[in-house]
Design a protein around this ligand. Structure first.
Ligand SMILES: *Cc1c(COP(=O)(O)O)cnc(C)c1O
Length: 429
């Protein structure tokens, strides 16, 4: 156990400090070795080193004011333009670079709230947003922060996809937005975006597509010949989209984009005040001071990987996902929650283990399986309901999934009635 260290009386040398940092990280999950199926992404060591170097060069620059740093203005606008291509965004589309999927979603919710609050014909004072139970927790955070009611609609029981007609029924005159995900995180399926956008359009309200996970992957899956339902701005009623560059864009952490169909929709996102002693203060998103590092890293990595690289990395991640899904499908002890639409999947245990009747043994415990994987150095997400292991498969896993499947098999053989802990997706401290 460490005590409560104080600020050193005399500052440490660079060498000593870096050595201490390396000591601190010894228990961290080895994501660069392809051992984390969550939280971290690696296209190639080269792309990662480039991101790190670009981050280092711009870590002290501040995107709060791009008048002072025209480099950051240019990089942000280049990034938005490249992302527009992935989203089939119309020429009218305008966006912002944000610190992550959560900020992108917070901003889409806040912008919708203010847009309808200031509607000239019928201002909405107590807005609600209709979303499937599979939509990301960030929408719940936004609702709590911005005082927006959430109308949660169960997903379809067999497919885990959002139920567009149930969502239509959940709306009322105070509904300002519908949410669809491409794909949703928990089971990795793409919602019926066209149907949900049509419902929104009919009511004259917004439709946000959360493509935090799929925004980079889906355009390449389409090019690889995978049949993908329509999911982006090519659908008329879609008004905004979120895409995380720090996931399948393989950028450094702190990189996402929120894109709106028009500048008018985007205009409700920003914040300006002159009611303090510091003059006019404006900012586009949640952050004030904002490191140039994440912007430079995203810009560098996107240019370095390029279109052909993203195609290659998407294929590697997709092939790996399908191989893991097939292995799970073939194992009578496990059930795949859904055939993966992209590169995310989740699985649980079969109701009864093979060869045992319900009378002689209880089912395996999926979280005990996750514990077994952790003991062998694998980090997987645990989620519920239903109790499941979740895998986010990226390019790095092409090298390691064989080992993972062998360990999964060994863990399944050794785990009998042990109980594991459910863990959590995020932590408070
Ligand atoms: C990761 C994710 C988010 C939230 O993004 P952060 O970058 O973790 O803030 C939102 N939606 C989906 C579908 C995600 O996978």
């Amino acid at each position: 156990m460490r005590g409560s260290p104080e600020l050193p009386q005399v500052g440490w040398s660079v060498e000593h400090t870096l050595a201490q940092l390396d000591l601190l990280r010894i228990a961290d999950v080895r994501w660069k070795d392809g051992r984390a199926f969550s939280l971290a992404y690696l296209a190639s060591p080269e792309a990662h080193d480039l991101a790190t170097e670009a981050y280092r060069r711009f870590s002290g620059e501040n995107a709060l004011n791009v008048e002072a740093f025209p480099s950051l203005r240019t990089m942000q606008s280049d990034i938005l333009s490249m992302v527009s291509g992935w989203l089939s965004a119309p020429p009218t589309a305008r966006g912002f670079f944000t610190s992550g999927g959560t900020e992108s979603i917070l901003m889409a919710m806040k912008a919708a709230r203010d847009q309808f609050r200031h509607d000239e014909t019928r201002p909405i004072r107590q807005p609600n947003v209709v979303l499937p139970t599979s939509a990301h927790a960030a929408f719940h955070k936004a609702a709590a922060y911005f005082d927006i009611e959430l109308r949660l609609v169960p997903v379809c029981s067999e497919t885990w996809r959002a139920d567009a007609s149930a969502m239509a029924n959940a709306a009322n005159d105070d509904t300002i937005m519908f949410v669809a995900s491409a794909p949703q995180y928990p089971q990795g399926v793409v919602d019926p975006v066209s149907d949900i956008a049509a419902v929104a359009q009919e009511r004259g309200v917004n439709c946000h597509v959360d493509a935090c996970m799929g925004g980079v992957t889906l355009p390449y899956l389409e090019r690889l010949g995978v049949v993908v339902p329509r999911w982006n701005f090519a659908i008329d009623g879609v008004t905004s989209m979120s895409v995380d560059l720090h996931k399948f864009g393989y950028a450094a952490k702190g990189a996402s984009v929120i894109m709106y169909r028009t500048a008018r929709l985007r205009s409700h996102q920003g914040f300006v005040t002159d009611q303090w002693l510091g003059g006019v203060y404006g900012s586009s998103g949640v952050l004030g001071t904002k490191s140039g590092g994440a912007i430079a890293a995203a810009w560098a990595v996107m240019h370095h990987i390029g279109d052909d690289g993203y195609l290659r990395f998407t294929k590697a991640a997709r092939d790996t996902t399908l191989a893991i899904a097939a292995a799970i499908n073939d194992d009578p002890r496990l059930v795949l929650r859904a055939q993966p639409d992209t590169t995310l999947l989740s699985f649980g245990v079969a109701p009864h283990p093979v060869g045992d009747s319900a009378a002689t043994s209880s089912p395996l415990d999926i979280f005990a399986i996750a514990d077994g994987l952790a003991a062998r150095g694998w980090y997987v997400d645990r989620q519920a309901p239903p109790p499941s292991v979740h895998l986010t498969v990226n390019a790095v896993h092409a090298n390691t999934y064989g080992m993972f499947l062998a360990d999964l098999n060994a863990v399944l053989d050794s785990v009998s009635n042990r109980r594991g802990s459910a863990g959590s997706y995020g932590t408070l401290e």
